[in-house]
Design a protein around this ligand. Structure first.
Ligand SMILES: CC(C)(COP(=O)(O)OP(=O)(O)OC[C@H]1O[C@@H](n2cnc3c(N)ncnc32)[C@H](O)[C@@H]1OP(=O)(O)O)[C@@H](O)C(=O)NCCC(=O)NCCS
Length: 344
């Protein structure tokens, strides 16, 4: 008897982003409102972070609702039917119901309730991680179109009296539809982590000890339940982002065989405008390359920041469909992901 051979899955030769969409919450929080919470100044916040205002979600702007809005736009731009979606990947660190995955709730609302649907937790690199998975799924033959959503309600995890984080974070959702392509539209994703720095951005404590687990003792040795928040040791994050992430961005360019002067856009994670400026210098990015500066009005929305910034650059005409864009996400973990992509 000859041994049976497994027929391998075969997929598209290449993949690309077919559509992008974003959702920005209605409520605008200007720096002046932040000054009611922390001892700071509008000038300090602008010069240290580049942020002038951010959006915070209201009760009706849930992780699910914001995602559905953003995904609906991405699907419309891609020109596909929701039934063609063969995978939904949701990157988030601020959805508070662990089971079921929020991706399944979104699948149901979008009208593709049979698609494989799952969440990933990779903080500000979550969008790039999701993009890498989607590219692999499409080229590996396990899906034709994959929806990648980055969504956060970081206001729920912000301690408004913490001077190092109260002014930084925002809420929102960004989504892309990734699908088959005749030409390469997503370069090799350079991803990784520096787990030795896992504690520089972290939730103050785990849900079980913070809230209500019977007989739980919280981090302060008390029994009183309380809500966790994000804590960040800003300087090591800043140094790592500036020195190490510029190298990662260069690796993504090299892997794609693209030089900086061939880029139509640079879309880094909207962490901090000073980090963006330092990366531009380290990469020797020509002045002619448009740079995403969505952080000024949106704040740092973690997994949502790259697709939100991408949508804005295409809407304002700063970047054009078909242009090559260098994207790079980095954050808590510490984790990162960078790639050159063709804009939808
Ligand atoms: C958060 C960040 C802006 C703080 O800037 P910093 O220069 O490191 O701030 P420091 O904590 O060293 O404090 C410097 C001074 O500013 C003051 N300061 C700190 N927070 C302040 C605030 N919110 N408003 C006004 N002053 C503040 C400090 O008291 C200190 O004053 P002093 O020099 O008189 O002692 C900076 O570390 C940073 O951008 N880090 C990266 C953060 C980031 O991008 N995270 C997202 C990654 S996903």
């Amino acid at each position: 008897m000859t041994a049976a051979q497994i027929r391998p899955a075969t997929g598209a030769a290449f993949s690309r982003i077919h559509g992008v969409g974003g959702y920005r919450p209605v409520r605008v929080i200007p720096n002046s409102e932040v000054l009611g919470w922390i001892d700071s100044s509008d000038e300090w916040i602008r010069t240290r972070s580049g942020i002038t205002e951010r959006r915070w979600a209201g009760p009706d702007e849930s992780v699910t609702e914001m995602s559905v809005q953003a995904a609906g736009k991405a699907i419309a731009q891609a020109g596909i039917d929701p039934g063609q979606i063969g995978g939904i990947i949701v990157a988030t660190v601020s959805h508070f119901k662990q089971t079921p995955a929020v991706a399944t709730e979104i699948a149901l609302k979008l009208g593709c309730p049979t698609a494989p649907a799952f969440d990933i937790s990779a903080a500000c690199a979550g969008f790039g991680y999701g993009l890498n998975l989607a590219d692999g799924m499409i080229r590996g033959g396990s899906a034709e179109y994959v929806l990648v959503i980055g969504v956060e309600r970081l206001s729920d995890l912000t301690d408004i009296h913490d001077r190092s984080t109260a002014f930084i974070f925002g809420d929102g959702a960004g989504a892309v539809v990734v699908g088959p392509s005749d030409t390469p539209g997503i370069g090799k994703v350079i991803w990784g982590s520096d787990a030795t720095q896992k504690d520089v951005i972290t939730q103050t404590e785990a849900w079980d000890t913070a809230l209500g687990k019977p007989d739980a003792i919280n981090g302060a040795g008390e029994q009183a339940p309380h809500w966790p928040a994000l804590r960040m040791d800003g300087q090591p994050v800043f140094r790592w982002a500036v020195w190490e992430m510029a190298k990662v961005a260069q690796q993504a360019l090299d892997a794609a065989g693209v030089t900086a002067d061939q880029l139509g856009a640079f879309i880094p994670h909207q962490a901090n405008m000073r980090i963006t400026d330092a990366m531009i210098k380290a990469l020797k990015l020509p002045e002619s390359v448009p740079v995403a500066r969505d952080i000024a009005e949106t704040g740092n929305t973690s997994a949502a920041s790259i697709p939100l910034a991408m949508e804005r650059m295409l809407q304002t005409g700063e970047a054009k469909s078909g242009d090559l864009a260098l994207i790079i996400g980095f954050g808590a973990g510490l984790v990162y992901a960078a790639a050159v992509v063709t804009l939808p």
